[in-house]
Design a protein around this ligand. Structure first.
Ligand SMILES: [Zn+2]
Length: 395
């Protein structure tokens, strides 16, 4: 199977690092607001990859995190007058419910940042001992100037120099004017407790982890020093994944931290990236009021995971018709899934092995389904039902 590796900007042949088990880590949500179509695109895409890898005989060990302590959670909790942990629990439950509805299987480990601080502290202590981090004003920072390798992922996506990195980092939550930093691009590994905020014990006093260190710690803790695939939305490549690579590889002494890096395209609405700050969100829970989960899933998988796209209501209508077609095939074949259409089977595999080309796979299945509805070829019909289920559709 060929997958596009963001780190090398090329299609590469996929094989697990060891034995037959694929180790996947996908960056999870920060639970302070409701799940929108952009989240669904990421998690449905990776769910489909995992289902496909299992269909091809691999065992998959899948870890996803939830960033259940973060500036956004504390801010939102104050706004709505709720306890921060109660808000986090409520939004995590909503997210899991939305994903369950879309037939997204839960990861093998769903790791909560607030429960993993010992693993984070261990990494930070090692980075301090090795000179990659420094303590300042109760906080601990990663020192990018101490690390000549810093920015390997940033350069891969075209952020070729320091100023390009700083510009984007500042747009994505960096605090360049923090006086405790030695360099504006240094990022926080541990931050001291602010008045009224929750805190966890550490060698540097009570505080809470920075966002980037969470994913390094949870990935290494549950999947080991090197994994096969690390994924997330395209906006995570920098700074989040760039920082993860730096701190993980200097902690374990092993590179690459992840063999493949996969990023999903941003979903747009009204011509702009769907985001909480712009307020142009399509919520999964709202869509589920008007469309079936299958139709939403077909809409998402009709777009290749790597590219940005805009969602239009007509797409959901077309997807609904596609699902109805698959259901007619299912009604014709009954419980049979022992399809014998090797041509369709091979073409489906060729599409999926070409960087998980789900739009092409769906096109082939739809075309075949139209023929089966006309000619009642039950061998092909049973093959269609089997393959449609690999895409996570319930038919
Ligand atoms: Zn992450």
């Amino acid at each position: 199977m060929k997958l596009f590796n963001t780190l090398t900007q090329s299609l590469e042949e996929f094989a697990p690092l060891t034995d037959n088990t694929v180790r996947i880590y996908v960056c999870g949500i920060t639970p302070y607001d409701t799940t929108h179509l952009g989240h669904a695109f990421t998690y449905v895409s990776f769910d489909t990859l995992i289902r496909y890898l299992e269909f091809r005989g691999y065992t998959v060990n899948y870890v996803q995190n939830v960033t259940d302590i973060d500036d956004d959670i504390l801010r939102k909790a104050r706004e709505v007058g709720m306890a921060w942990d109660e808000l986090g629990r409520r939004e995590t439950e909503r997210y899991l419910r939305d994903m369950d509805a879309l037939n997204v299987r839960r990861p093998n480990v769903y790791a909560h940042a607030t429960q993993e601080t010992p693993a984070m502290i261990e990494i930070i202590q090692t980075l301090l001992a090795r000179g990659y981090a420094y303590e300042s004003g109760g906080n601990v920072y990663y020192s990018i100037k101490s690390d000549p390798d810093f920015g390997i992922m940033a350069r891969a996506i075209g952020l070729n120099d320091y100023s390009a990195m700083l510009t984007i980092a500042n747009e994505r939550g960096n605090y360049p004017d923090d006086p405790r930093k030695k360099d504006p691009l240094d990022f926080v590994l541990w931050q001291a407790q602010a008045p009224g905020e929750p805190a966890w014990p550490s060698p540097w006093g009570p505080g809470r982890p920075g966002w980037h260190i969470e994913c390094s710690a949870m990935s290494i803790h549950y999947l080991g020093p090197q994994i096969d695939i690390h994924g997330g939305g395209a906006d995570l490549a920098f700074p989040h994944h760039t920082c993860e690579i730096a701190q993980s590889e200097h902690f374990t002494g092993k590179a690459p931290f992840s063999r493949f890096w996969m990023h999903t395209g941003m979903v747009h609405q009204d011509g702009e990236k769907m985001s909480k700050s712009l307020g142009n969100l399509t919520l999964v829970s709202d869509l589920l009021q008007n469309y079936s989960a299958n139709a939403i899933r077909v809409t998402l998988l009709s777009h290749h995971y790597r590219y940005p796209w805009e969602c239009f209501p007509e797409d959901l209508q077309v997807a609904t018709e596609t699902v109805e077609l698959f259901q007619r095939v299912r009604a014709l074949v009954g419980e049979r899934v022992d399809g014998t259409d090797s041509l369709l089977h091979d073409r489906f595999i060729a599409a999926m092995e070409n960087d998980l080309n789900t739009p092409q796979a769906l096109f082939l299945l739809r075309q075949a389904a139209e023929a089966v509805v006309a000619n009642h070829d039950l061998n092909t019909g049973a093959e269609i039902v089997r393959l449609v289920r690999v895409l996570g559709l319930k038919v």
